[in-house]
Design a protein. Structure first.
Length: 91
């Protein structure tokens, strides 16, 4: 027994450990009893593997539709100038 720990502290730790074990056993028994009574729902999922969840929105199989805008010759020249400017500044 450590010298700096009082007997009341040792009894307190042992009591807390015992209460934790008793609480865990009681919780397990309570959930098993509630599941057997049907209060917590079925023990196995009733949904088939490929079923769709109704609460989830329908998900797309592909990405969004690509949008494109036609550029004028002046805009293309300005864009090409920006590309050249950025590529010149890279080491």
């Amino acid at each position: 027994m450590p010298e700096h720990v009082s007997i009341s502290q040792l009894i307190g730790v042992a009591l807390l450990a015992l209460l934790t074990v008793v609480w865990a056993i009681g919780l397990i028994r309570l959930t098993r009893r509630a599941r057997a009574a049907g209060l917590l729902g079925p023990t196995r999922p009733t949904r088939s593997h490929g079923a769709v969840l109704r609460a989830m929105p329908h998900q797309r199989r592909s990405g969004p539709i690509a949008e494109s805008v036609e550029l004028t010759p002046e805009e293309r020249a300005a864009f090409a100038g920006l590309v050249r400017q950025f590529s010149d500044s890279r080491p």
